[in-house]
Design a protein around this ligand. Sequence first.
Ligand SMILES: *Cc1c(COP(=O)(O)O)cnc(C)c1O
Ligand code: SF4
Length: 355
Amino acid sequence: MSNPHNPHNRQYHAKNNKAIHATNLTDTGLDWRMEFANTINDRQTLAKMLDLPLDFAEKVGDFALKVPQKFVKKMQKGDMNDPLLLQILPTAAETVQALGFVADPLAEKLANPTKGVIHKYRSRVLIPITGACMVHCRYCFRQHFDYQENLPTTNDWQTIVDYIVKHPEVNEVILSGGDPLSLSDRRLFAILDILESLSQICTIRLHSRVPVVIPSRLHDALLQRLSSSRCQIVLVIHANHPNELDDETVFYFKQAKLAQITLLNQTVLLKNINNNADVLATLSEKLWQAGVLPYYLHVLDKVAGASHFYIDDEQAVAIYWQLLEKCAGYLVPKLVRETPNEAFKTPLNLYAKNS
Ligand SMILES: *Cc1c(COP(=O)(O)O)cnc(C)c1O
Ligand code: SF4
């Protein structure tokens, strides 16, 4: 119920500002821009930061190395198998052509009624508002997505609005990408203004990995804008391993929580990274301490170039049973897969030998 005229809200702002100044973090929005500008794109710099002889290919296909320094600092120096490093390091394994691993595994083209809108699930539409991400995750299912064809330009927004109005069952808009938080505040706020003007929209959701790789992106001006929205704001972050959450990350998540934003996390089950119930349980506990609830645990989408991360359903289900034993019920995410043409994210069958 965020309303800028609600005195409750003003109280939040006062409290929030105090918290920010007390920890001496600057609040100008400059921090994240600096960090974004210093993003690592070459293996020499990465190798030097990690004390590693990284002789991987600089660029595999079109999906180049890209990682913010803040994320690299969470990696263990000298460890070739660091679970964070494995998520961002281009390797020759990406050139393997594995059976069933394709460019558009979710057939999103089919659910693309008008440019800039993916309407697959009844009550909510997804709008990829930018092709850019602040990190390139090697397992990403959108790595071959045709953004040029699908990014809405200023002129397309009227068509998108018309589409939503013609579909009164839509009450939620999901801003995605790429990563919606790689847009500038100015552009993001303009999009929020449009969506908030549609009375049928109750919830605006952002799916973003930025809070994990450049936490200071959740700076005060952004949180205040989100907090003063007429709509419920949901921020679904994307963390795969407990090492991704350091003190700074936790600080900004708590700020977002103070701003009345609902924080959820989604994780992709990845071989050699988090295919282990202890790791997933620790991730859930750490998220919870930071005010974030686990939402989805996705099995990998079979995207070309990512077969080396694949965990089959039988192993996924076995890990999930162990996770159920380790955590409070509310800390166990839903184990799902994304299936083309299915009306919801499909739960895996926990009782099948081979679901
Ligand atoms: C994942 C996804 C959603 C959101 O689904 P929820 O189950 O509500 O989290 C909506 N649209 C598309 C196209 C999606 O891929
Ligand atoms: S941030 Fe998200 S969309 Fe971007 S590469 Fe990573 S997983 Fe893919």
